[in-house]
Design a protein around this ligand. Structure first.
Ligand code: ZN
Length: 197
C-alpha cells in the first residue's frame, strides 16, 4: 500500500477540481442524471480513488528498495503472493493479482517489505502486465545487481471479463528472467516449485 504521503502533492491532487469536472461530464455524456443522489459525490469519489491507484507516479521505483549489504547470503530469496492492483492502459479498467519475485543476491539485499513497495510503485499507474513484469525484473537487476532474478506476475483483467472476449475467471501469467535464471533451467524450476508450496 502506498502511504498517504505518496500522493499529498500528486498530479491527481493538484488537478482534483479539473478531474472531478471531467468525470461529471463523462457521466452526463453516457446518459446519466448527474443530479440524482447516488451520483452527487461520484466525481469526488472517483478522484480520491485516482489519488490512490495512480500514486505510483509520485514514487521512483528505484528508490524504494532500500538496499542493505550482506556478503553471506548468496542463495535464492523469494517473496511471493505480493498483491497488486493496477489499471490497464488500454481501457483504464482494473487488473489485479499477485506478483512473485525471486533473486540470488550478490552482496546487496533488499528489505523484504521493500519488494512490496517496488510492486506498488510499478503497478499504481496505467500499465500493462507484461511491462510490470519486466520493469520489476529490470529494477531488481539494476539496483541489487544480483546473480539472477525471476519475476512471475498473475493477473485477472476486468477488460477481458466485462467487454470484448468476455472470459471471466481467466488468469494471465507473465514472467521475466535475468542473469543466471536465463541459462539455468533447474533454478527456474526451483523457483516455480517454491511458488506452489
Ligand atoms: Zn485492457
Amino acid at each position: 500500500m502506498a502511504g498517504k504521503k505518496d500522493y499529498v502533492n500528486s498530479a491527481v491532487s493538484r488537478n482534483r477540481e479539473q478531474i472531478e469536472l471531467h468525470v461529471k461530464e463523462i457521466l452526463k455524456l453516457v446518459g446519466e442524471d448527474v443530479e440524482r443522489e447516488g451520483l452527487l459525490e461520484t466525481p469526488a469519489r472517483v478522484t480520491r480513488m485516482y489519488e490512490e491507484i495512480f500514486s505510483g507516479y509520485e514514487v521512483d521505483p528505484r528508490e524504494v528498495l532500500g538496499v542493505t549489504f550482506d556478503e553471506q547470503h548468496e542463495e535464492l530469496v523469494i517473496v511471493k503472493d505480493i498483491v497488486y492492483y493496477s489499471q490497464c492502459e488500454h481501457h483504464m479498467a482494473p487488473f489485479f493479482g499477485k506478483a512473485h519475485i525471486g533473486y540470488i543476491p550478490s552482496g546487496k539485499i533488499a528489505g523484504l517489505s521493500k519488494l512490496a513497495r517496488l510492486v506498488d510503485a510499478v503497478t499504481r499507474r496505467l500499465q500493462v502486465q507484461e511491462r510490470i513484469t519486466s520493469q520489476i525484473a529490470d529494477i531488481m537487476d539494476e539496483v541489487l545487481q544480483p546473480h539472477g532474478v525471476m519475476v512471475v506476475v498473475e493477473g485477472e483483467h476486468m477488460c477481458m471479463c466485462a467487454r470484448g472476449v468476455k472470459k471471466p475467471g481467466s488468469t494471465t501469467v507473465t514472467s521475466a528472467v535475468r542473469g543466471e535464471f536465463r541459462s539455468n533451467s533447474t533454478l527456474r524450476s526451483e523457483f516455480l516449485s517454491l511458488l506452489k508450496t
